[in-house]
Design a binder for this molecule. Structure first.
Ligand code: PSU
Ligand code: MN
Length: 358
């Protein structure tokens, strides 16, 4: 159903006109031009200018999480899932000193086959200038996987509104002394992209992560996924965290309506919709807690801090829990990509209707 924009019924015609005019400009995608250091693939550019649903995918999970060639098969599976659900995938990363939105199969192979390369960068907002403007000690251009923060930056430049991935960075345990708070959270505070993930890992401080997201003005909700009433914000490998989600989202259509309203108002902040891991893949909380303690201990001894902390801890947890956590990880990312694409499809319909109405 198409309703009159609320603004007409709620303020003076002059103010309504001004706000609505502003938001209709926001509605028009801003798609950056290609340049020497920024490239949108022809397929993604065409899809965006046709207002077809495009879903951004990150690459840090391939370059700093999964080994080659498993990372390549995961990457191609996730792209196919987007297509199967009626969307166009835009895998984002840095190859040979160029930021790509929409890496092709060959480019993806080139990037993720270098997962073990010590020069491989993990790219967040702070790293773009270095990765694109400088060279390594051998004079070679950099390659890098983009984190959630980094992927959001490039997705927004391309005019992409929906991004699906595994798990969000967060406030680390002990952040009151280390100040280790993922740049994913500040990026969500400043960039209007909707991120669908399975919440943040239990090795993070989930209550403080939600507090921080609230401070940053980030819209946070969790998919009900068949449950009634309030639900927990999920903890990646488990559906429950013991921490209530600020909001509950019924389904993909409702998620799209929330994003659409957020955009219509011209808000420049982001949204995070948590999608709990499918029930049959969720791991036991006790097993995970034990693995996390062990991993955090190791990280402390190894001195893995800053950007190195998350990849180190994740790899340790993988060692401790073995195949179970890998299978679970794969299942949850796939679930998020399916759901994220459905959200993007519903959102592009809402935008098309809004355009027709005007
Ligand atoms: N969660 C995962 N796998 C990952 C990450 C998170 O299950 O690879 C990556 C994401 O790219 C996320 C980043 O954006 O770690 C957060 O790192 P940091 O804590 O350094 O901000
Ligand atoms: Mn950090």
């Amino acid at each position: 159903m198409i309703r009159t924009p609320w603004i007409w019924n709620n303020c003076s015609p002059r103010l309504a006109h001004r706000i609505f005019f502003q938001s209709s400009r926001v509605q028009q995608r801003q798609i950056s031009n290609n340049s020497r250091i920024f490239q949108i693939s022809p397929e993604v550019r065409q899809a965006l200018s046709d207002n077809r649903p495009v879903v951004a995918l990150e690459t840090t999970i391939y370059t700093h999480g999964w080994p080659y060639p498993d990372n390549l098969s995961l990457a191609s599976d996730l792209s196919s899932l987007v297509r199967k659900n009626g969307g166009v995938p835009a895998t984002i990363g840095i190859l040979n000193g160029v930021a790509h939105v929409g890496l092709g199969a060959d480019e993806l192979d080139q990037l993720v086959s270098r997962a073990k390369d010590p020069q491989m960068m993990k790219i967040s907002r702070r790293d773009f200038g270095f990765a694109l403007g400088s060279r390594d000690v051998n004079g070679k251009a950099f390659n890098g996987g983009t984190t959630i923060a980094g992927t959001m930056v490039l997705a927004h430049m391309a005019g992409i509104e929906v991004f699906a991935t595994g798990g969000l960075g967060g406030v680390h345990r002990g952040a009151e002394t280390t100040m280790d708070v993922s740049a994913d959270l500040t990026e969500l505070g400043r960039t209007p992209v909707a991120v669908i993930s399975s919440g943040c890992k239990a090795f993070l401080d989930i209550p403080r992560t939600l507090e921080y997201l609230e401070t940053q003005g980030v819209a946070v909700g969790t998919f009900a996924d068949g449950r009634e009433g309030g639900v927990d914000f999920p903890a990646f490998w488990t559906r429950e965290s013991g921490v209530p989600s600020p909001k509950v989202i019924r389904d993909e259509q409702e998620a799209a309506e929330i994003i659409h309203a957020h955009h219509l108002l011209g808000l420049q902040s982001g949204l995070h919709f948590a999608n709990p891991i499918p029930e049959r893949h969720s791991l036991s909380k006790d097993v995970m807690e034990a693995a996390i303690y062990e991993a955090l201990d190791h990280a402390k001894v190894a001195g893995a801090i800053g950007a190195a902390a998350t990849p180190y801890i994740l790899n340790k947890i993988k060692e401790v829990t073995g195949d179970n956590s890998v299978t679970a990880n794969r299942a949850l990312v796939e679930g998020n990509v399916n759901r994220g694409t459905k959200v993007a499809v519903a959102l592009s319909k809402l935008e098309a209707d809004e355009g027709r109405q005007r």
